[in-house]
Design a protein around this ligand. Sequence first.
Ligand SMILES: Cc1cc2nc3c(=O)[nH]c(=O)nc-3n(C[C@H](O)[C@H](O)[C@H](O)COP(=O)(O)O)c2cc1C
Length: 331
Amino acid sequence: MARIGSITISPVLMNTACVWASNLEQLQALHSSSFTGAVTTRTCTLKGYNETSTCGVVFTNSSMSSLNTYGYSPLPLASYIGWVKEILSTAVASSNGKPVKPFIISITACSVEELSRMIFLVQELRSTPMFAPLVAVELNTSCPNVSSPSPSGYIPSSIYPLLRVLSEAHMQDKSMTIGLKLPPYTFRGQFHAMISTLKEFNYEDANGGQRNSFAFLTCTNTLGNSLLFPDQIIEPLATARDTEFAVPTTVGGLAGDAIHALSVGNVYTFHRLLHEENQSRDGLYGISIIGVGGVTTPAALGRMHKAGASVVGVATLLGAKGVRAFELLSN
Ligand SMILES: Cc1cc2nc3c(=O)[nH]c(=O)nc-3n(C[C@H](O)[C@H](O)[C@H](O)COP(=O)(O)O)c2cc1C
């Protein structure tokens, strides 16, 4: 069991934001599985993203890896709020007082105004007391398939205004659990830049305890600018049949086994910086890590925990095996 902010995740295994968590049916199946401890929605925007025929995902033929060209969900935040409300209402009504599985709503925005509006809508849902401890928010700062001005966790200073919006929401309502989905970093300066930015959101709570506005980091998103050829994948996208590359956009976001070592390394480095090397035990000490990237076997899941993840997330294996993926990992 993991307690992250005001949500409780048990078992400590879940899906991460992805195309297989796009609609009511998929979210319901993920929520009903006894092998998931929380459900993350696909990343959505305030009004929906313009999805084109170049968006898709392919799986490699040599390992459990994927390459995708998706941006964000074509459906707006209002759809996800409606589905989360529907699923949680039913779950609470039939829970007989037992704990109900929380949702993490993955959101993103290009402007402070848009993000503020999104937070307002989420808080409207959370204003019903039974939903407050069951709904958290994750800001996706790391979709490699969407160009500027979408938020980039590679340049933490550029997302500072968005983080301030989230922090203000948390300061107004400390039960609001907020996390950041980060891209895979490859050198130490990138980790330090994110840590310095996060430090700005440390505060002292009413009991003198050291806290941070952000409760968790989800590490990592896919590795952008990756290229595969048709002979490396199981089945090409229909829109890429006549091209010499596996996906019509040539490059996309790599995930699964191919990024596992990098994702585990990111979890390890953040764990060290936030916890082990944090002698003063400032607010950063309380930030949890959701480890994701190439968790396709029980051994890989174990490695994520060893590196410092308190919860482990899965996308590619979910796409390949369906919700049964979580049972396979739990065995
Ligand atoms: C098809 C596909 C769609 C994805 N969509 C999102 C998304 O909407 N938001 C997000 O934060 N991450 C998204 N991701 C990234 C995953 O959440 C995850 O961080 C990444 O794939 C690494 O995990 P994995 O190796 O288990 O796939 C997507 C990944 C895939 C494969």
